[in-house]
Design a protein around this ligand. Structure first.
Ligand SMILES: [Zn+2]
Length: 394
């Protein structure tokens, strides 16, 4: 790991800055074609980094709609190795957009079906490693795989705090992080270089939506359950069943939160009552529980967890309520791969890219107000080592 960070901090003398892969001039004779070279047509582009592509190991977290397209794109680029991670099996409703799967593989593990699809159609030279694991509860296996990776593609839809965790992991390892999402007519691609002093996911994003239940929804949940107060038992029940949070860290976060919540209040209640006033329940989760959870995911701790089952899963809508299809899924996935390839070729890739497919509208931004650099208030960057915090050479 140390070696990798050192290596990445050296100036990139081999890459022309800001050009990206561009076509060769029509008046310039390309290098001679090597017979049988399947990558010839990308190798001839000016600035293209085929050697770096061919040396790279990519960690692909999630083999759903995005993960399928990302893995296909990486194989066609010619990466050395893909580490594919997923815990699910293929379902019939995946087939309209998850392009590595056929009707024959419904019921098969997604990682195995993805490898099969890649090997039978798309693979040109890559090796595969498959991890049929829960990327939340078996986090230590994700960490171990990430140590061997040169880039992380996060295609898992678990929520903002999972994205925060993968961001912290990428930042501590100094590798690029590519995330994305797609639904209906929208494709989103986020790219963070992982280089010292450059913006990370949490410089630009808020995690507050992970407790996105409104006060009204929380009160409705309580009344449905027949509770009149929000005590710790009700709170743990809510966090386990609705936010999928479990483990000792959740107990610690709530206990610490209760002490902090009651400290300095003089309304006659005591912390040992273990009750949160109903009107304050949302505030309690966001202001007193979440910071404790986030502190466990900082760069100093992120490599050490066996499980990160203590993080909340977003209250996301099932795909059926939103809809998804091959055009938006594969577009987003290939644009994710493209972001990484552009960065390798020296192009400055925007941190945030949004494409609306039905109007062909695209927008992108480096970072609000900070031009792609680390935000000094970012809790992940704040915990970086002094070496990591240094500003990139201009
Ligand atoms: Zn940051």
């Amino acid at each position: 790991m140390e070696e990798k960070q050192e290596e990445r901090q050296e100036p990139r003398t081999d890459v022309p800055s800001g050009d990206g892969p561009v076509r060769r001039s029509l008046f310039e004779v390309p290098p001679p074609e090597v017979p049988g070279d399947v990558f010839d047509r990308q190798r001839v582009m000016v600035s293209w980094q085929q050697k770096k592509v061919e040396e790279a190991t990519a960690l692909v977290l999630g083999c759903g709609g995005l993960g399928n397209g990302v893995a296909m794109g990486l194989c066609r680029l010619g990466v050395r190795k893909l580490i594919l991670v997923d815990m699910d099996d293929v379902e019939a409703t995946n087939l309209n957009r998850q392009i590595l799967f056929t009707k024959d593989v419904v019921g098969m593990r997604k990682v195995d079906a993805a490898k099969l699809g890649l090997e039978s159609v798309h693979n040109l030279r890559s090796e595969f490693e498959t991890l049929h694991i829960d990327a939340v509860k078996e986090w230590h296996k994700v960490v171990e795989a990430a140590r061997r990776a040169d880039v992380i593609f996060n295609c898992i839809d678990h929520g903002a705090i999972y994205d925060y965790a993968t961001n912290s992991l990428a930042k501590v390892l100094g590798v690029p992080l590519v995330t994305g999402s797609s639904y209906a007519n929208t494709a989103l691609v986020n790219f963070y270089t992982g280089r010292p002093g450059m913006a990370c996911w949490s410089c630009l994003n808020t995690t507050s939506e992970s407790f996105e239940w409104t006060q009204q929804e929380l009160e409705e949940w309580m009344s449905k359950k027949g509770h009149s107060t929000f005590g710790v038992a009700e709170l743990f029940s809510f966090l386990k069943n609705q936010a999928h949070m479990e483990g000792l860290h959740v107990k610690d976060a709530v206990a610490t939160g209760l002490v902090d919540f009651w400290a300095g209040r003089d309304d006659g209640r005591a912390a040992e009552e273990n009750v949160i006033p109903i009107k304050d329940i949302r505030t309690f989760l966001i202001k007193f529980v979440q910071p404790h959870i986030l502190s466990l995911l900082s760069q100093e701790h992120i490599m050490n967890h066996e499980s990160i089952g203590f993080i909340p899963k977003d209250k996301n809508f099932p795909t059926r309520y939103v809809g998804s299809w091959v055009c938006v899924c594969v577009s987003a996935a290939l644009l994710m791969v493209n972001a990484w390839a552009q960065d390798l070729a020296g192009e400055a890739v925007a941190n945030y890219n949004n494409f609306t497919l039905n109007t062909f509208h695209a927008s992108n931004s480096q970072q609000d107000g900070a031009d792609g650099k680390s935000d000094s208030f970012c809790v992940i960057c704040k915990h970086a080592s002094p070496q990591q915090q240094q500003q990139p050479a201009q």
